[in-house]
Design a protein around this ligand. Structure first.
Ligand SMILES: [Zn+2]
Length: 132
């Protein structure tokens, strides 16, 4: 029996319980809006294990946003050759917020994946379900 690794389940947005079912509908950057499935199509694990459970994912995505803003701000500083003039303020603002906008589907998806895979002790991996 081949076990799915946690890493590949996290990267591919698979169910934390069986690591086979999809957590989301649609693609990360597809034209159709991605949504969170209610239940795992493979093992039936309910993702929103209690009402409002995904509010906790907002804290995760907040932390991701802050990290990304610091990273894009720092990258802008590097690529503009250490330009910290007041006139280049708009450069920083547009790069940082543009980056946040582009990364928002990524943040939506991975904040929930992180919540389900690492911050949900009530959902554990069960290899019994990890088979076709
Ligand atoms: Zn599952």
């Amino acid at each position: 029996m081949v076990k799915t690794t946690k890493l590949s389940a996290v990267i591919n947005g698979k169910c934390p319980h069986c690591r086979r079912g999809d957590i989301f509908t649609g693609n990360l950057y597809g034209f159709n809006l991605q949504r969170t499935n209610e239940n795992c199509g493979h093992c039936g694990q309910r993702y929103e294990i209690e009402p409002g459970y995904f509010y906790a994912a907002m804290y995760v995505s907040y932390a991701m946003n802050v990290t990304e803003m610091i990273a894009t701000g720092f990258a802008t500083y590097i690529f503009s050759g250490g330009n910290l003039e007041f006139d280049s303020l708009w450069l920083y603002v547009s790069v940082i917020f543009g980056g946040c906008f582009l990364l928002s589907p990524f943040n939506y998806r991975y904040s929930r994946i992180i919540l389900l895979h690492w911050l949900s002790p009530r959902i554990g991996y069960n290899p019994i379900y990890d088979r076709p």
